[in-house]
Design a protein around this ligand. Structure first.
Ligand code: GUN
Length: 282
């Protein structure tokens, strides 16, 4: 059986470290505030937003919740973002995605001040990451790097294969693994012989949103398997993009779903909020 990479435990460590840091900052008169905007009531978004607010309360970050109706116009949302950009006491702005179809997500993301872009989705943040400059990093891939580092898994010189090329996970994941001196390959739906490429990986990151897609044929003996999926299996049970039962005896280390990558995303959001508050002091 592979070593289990415990995202719940590691995210808790990170939140506890941040809680201490936030308390120190408070003593210096610095408080931290995250504005969270949700438009409509997508049930998954409501759960995610609730978890983000809970994490803020735990760490000692104030959260401002904006729950806007589904019929909110793009202009109304852009005006709220602009208002929050101007508010000195707000350090981070998070617009929960997906947005309703009548709102242009790219336009909204671009309206967020890069100094408050704690999701790391703004083109300026993405550009900074790609050329090795300072900026906020997308929380899920940043969390995966922490999972690897805190599990003493070496990235330097390793073959890293990512299945999935989304802006939120796949692409920033590739840049972060590259920054750690990994040899990086990104696979996607047009990749010829996906299994053969995946089997080269020392570290395999799977982020495609297809329940139990990756079986033992995709995994080299002893590989580290990171599962970003949050899917439902044929019985409606939460599962990942990796068929855990099929892979667990072949992999060297593996993240479970739930309790792997998921909790890390929120821990890194808290980390970005603390960074934002510290940078605004400089
Ligand atoms: N929807 C799903 N994941 C995320 C995330 O990390 N941030 C935001 N803003 N929306 C999401």
């Amino acid at each position: 059986m592979a070593k289990l990479i415990d995202g719940k435990k590691i995210s808790q460590q990170i939140k506890d470290e941040l809680k201490e840091k936030v308390a120190q900052l408070k003593e210096q008169g610095i408080s931290i505030c995250l504005a969270v905007i949700q438009v409509g009531n997508n049930p998954a978004s409501t759960v995610y937003v609730g978890n983000k607010k809970k994490a803020c309360a735990y760490v000692g970050i104030e959260s401002l919740a904006y729950e806007l109706p589904e019929e909110t116009t793009e202009q109304e949302l852009l005006s709220l973002v602009e208002e929050l950009n101007q508010k000195k006491e707000v350090n981070g702005i998070l617009v929960q995605l997906p947005l309703p179809g009548h709102i242009d997500e790219d336009k909204v993301i671009q309206a967020i001040s890069p100094a408050k872009d704690v999701d790391g989705f703004h083109p300026q943040s993405v550009g900074a990451l790609s050329i090795g400059q300072k900026g906020f990093v997308s929380c899920t891939p940043a969390g995966i790097i922490q999972l690897l580092k805190r599990s003493d898994i070496e990235i330097d010189g390793k073959e890293c294969v990512i299945i999935g090329r989304s802006n939120i996970v796949g692409k920033p994941m590739a840049l972060l693994l590259l920054r750690e001196n990994g040899t990086v390959t990104i696979c996607h739906s047009h990749t010829a012989d996906l299994k053969e490429v995946a089997r080269r990986a020392d570290i395999l990151v799977v982020a495609i949103g297809k329940a139990k897609f990756v079986d033992a044929d995709y995994v080299k003996e002893g590989a580290v398997v990171i599962d970003v999926g949050m899917d439902r299996d044929e019985n409606g049970k939460l599962c990942g993009d990796v068929d855990f039962e099929a892979v667990k005896d072949k992999a060297g280390a593996i993240t479970p779903v739930p309790g792997g990558v998921g909790p890390m995303t929120i821990a890194m959001l808290m980390h970005n909020c603390v960074e934002s508050a510290m940078m605004s002091q400089d």
